[in-house]
Design a protein around this ligand. Structure first.
Ligand code: GLC
Length: 577
């Protein structure tokens, strides 16, 4: 294989620490728990972990409101526990990247406490302060973006919740303090960072107001009530216009370059992936971020062949246009969105669809990111009681629509359950024991466990079932790992007008693999014998999502089935596949 970096060949697995594994039995995940599950991850076949924030936090935003950047949340353990985790992960050849929240801190961070204490303290200018709200900007989580601090008789700005004040990145002292924190973890040996919400770091210098005829709650409510495509389109534009002056502003490229230079001071092997889909943040391909997520792929109600083809064409063309060719990065799920199984399911073929989608994300060109629980088909869990809601953007919205708009509490609860991110953050389901084996029986877990763990959606049952989704992921990860084409091969789309299926080649110097994914409920007879790129090659079945490896019928593809074929044994080293 050509000389690729580890983050180009790796499959990443996102751990949401609060919900991954509860080692000390208090209902909350922790490092002891993660440590106990490292062998599971190694056995699954992932190569790297993205750890969502593990820092001390008052948890208004489930850890994304950090009150100390160089420590570990006490409920997760100690710094020593972190070091043990890192060492043990590395011992298993699993890399670890951390979540770096640059835009804001917690309002309980000592930097903010000092900044808000007076107008002339040494950190007075570390956050974004104003005499009066200078505009009508909204916070994307809880209403007005400017909150009054009586200590200074001034307002501070926050893109997210009021407990998440925005740092003033124009102040060089802020940069220095944050770069120190970045170095702290790099010095300990972490392999890089996932950069949280980078688009929100700078704001429009003129502080221009938005011109949308709603506030946040009003717009959210209008989105729920929009019916026709025209209404929906209008609302989509409103969302864009409401926040367009608050993100994607000048200054970010320079900042990303500075950060990249810090990483490059290390062994040249640390990496950055941005929570942004803008390929421009890869700079020249070598001087800003290593990866940005391909969010447009997942931003659809249904994954269809034409959506995927269009997406791949756009992304890969943009990456190719960089002065130094960029590398793609695909994902279908994370802690901020509805789980794949629920979102892309059709309630009839969910099991087959889950396999198909895994096959997609693990065969497209680029680095795949998986989200914990996706490998066992975890589903969204709808909360029914507002007191259970932990995602504060959800409880804020509930109260806003009940109190200010007179929405009936039952309807408000349903809407809240559907919009809150709690639904996709419930504890990992490890077994069919009480509490899904996440915590001991009778312990109240921090979010309720989804009761569907009793129906086979748990690790233990699936480990014992050869045809489970878990074993499917394992198998597919092995196939991927041993296939040069799937790791580094070029993407060559085939039969571009097909509506029912998506077919493409991955072609490297050593190997060619044909991938056919049937996105329809019909059985299809596919014939590639006259396709230019395939003609004359003997196709050997490499993998089938329906586990039909022994079948002789190569051209028939069942509903929602995915097939991988390799071209005949033209290189003996593939015979082992
Ligand atoms: C990112 C995180 C999300 C968090 C937000 C504010 O989008 O993924 O969970 O709420 O940033 O930090």
């Amino acid at each position: 294989m050509t000389d690729l970096k580890w983050w180009q060949t790796a499959v990443f697995y996102q751990i949401y620490p609060r919900s991954f594994a509860d080692g000390n039995g208090d209902g909350i995940g922790d490092f002891k728990g993660i440590l106990e599950k490292l062998d599971y991850l190694s056995d699954l076949g992932v190569d790297a972990i993205w750890l969502s924030p593990h820092f001390p936090s008052p948890n208004w935003d489930c850890g994304y409101d950090i009150s100390d950047y160089t420590n570990v949340a006490p409920e997760y353990g100690t710094l020593e526990d972190f070091k043990t985790f890192l060492r043990e992960a590395h011992a298993r050849n699993i890399r670890v990247i951390l979540d770096l929240v640059l835009n804001h801190t917690s309002d309980e961070h000592p930097w903010f406490l000092e900044s808000k204490s007076s107008r002339d303290n040494p950190k007075a200018d570390w956050y974004v302060w104003a005499e009066m709200p200078p505009n009508n900007w909204q916070s994307c989580f809880d209403g007005e973006a400017w909150t009054y601090a009586p200590e200074r008789d001034q307002y501070y700005y926050h893109y997210f919740m009021k407990q998440q004040p925005d740092l003033n990145w124009h102040n060089p002292e802020v940069k220095k303090a944050m770069w120190d924190a970045v170095r702290f973890w790099l010095d300990l040996g972490v392999d890089g960072y996932r950069l949280d919400a980078i688009g929100t770091i700078y704001e429009d210098a003129n502080l221009t107001s938005h011109n949308v005829p709603y506030n946040l709650a009003g717009l959210r409510r209008a989105s729920e009530l929009a019916q026709t495509p025209t209404e929906k389109k209008k609302i989509e534009k409103y969302w864009h216009d409401m926040f367009k002056n608050q993100w994607g502003q000048p200054g970010l490229h320079e900042l990303m370059k500075e950060l990249r230079a810090i990483l490059d001071e290390y062994d040249g092997d640390r990496m950055l992936v941005g929570e942004d889909d803008n390929i421009a943040y890869m700079g020249n391909g070598n001087d800003e971020l290593h990866l940005v997520f391909n969010f447009p792929l997942m931003r659809t109600e249904r994954l269809t062949p034409s959506h995927i083809r269009r997406n791949q064409k756009q992304r890969l063309t943009q990456l190719d246009a960089l002065p130094v060719r960029g590398w793609p990065c695909n994902t279908l799920g994370n802690h901020d969105c509805s789980r794949i199984h629920t979102r892309y399911g059709d309630k009839q073929h969910d099991a087959a669809l889950a396999r198909l989608h895994a096959a997609l994300v693990l065969t497209l060109k680029g680095t795949p990111f998986l989200y914990n629980g996706e490998e066992i088909g975890m589903t969204d869990y709808m909360l029914t009681d507002i007191n259970q809601v932990k995602d504060t953007m959800g409880s804020w919205y509930y109260h806003a629509i009940v109190t200010d708009m007179g929405v009936h509490p039952d309807e408000a609860m349903q809407r809240t359950a559907a919009m809150t991110r709690d639904k996709n953050r419930t504890p990992m389901q490890w077994s069919n024991k009480p509490n899904a084996g996440f915590s001991p029986a009778n312990v109240e877990t921090w979010l309720p466990v989804n009761p569907d763990y009793r129906n086979g959606i748990n690790v233990r049952d699936q480990q014992h079932n050869p045809s489970s989704l878990l074993n499917y992921y394992k198998h597919l990860l092995q196939v991927r790992k041993s296939s040069p084409a799937l790791i580094e091969g070029e993407y060559i789309p085939l039969n571009n007008t097909a509506k029912d299926y998506f077919a493409f080649l991955r072609k490297s110097d050593e190997q060619t693999v044909l991938i056919t994914l049937n996105f329809s409920a019909k059985k299809l007879e596919l014939d590639f014998s006259r396709t230019k790129e395939i003609k004359g090659h003997d196709l050997q079945i490499l993998f089938s999502s329906a586990e039909r490896l022994k079948t002789n019928r190569r051209s028939a593809i069942e509903s929602f089935e995915g097939f991988l074929f390799r071209f005949g044994f033209d290189n003996p080293s593939f015979a082992r596949l």
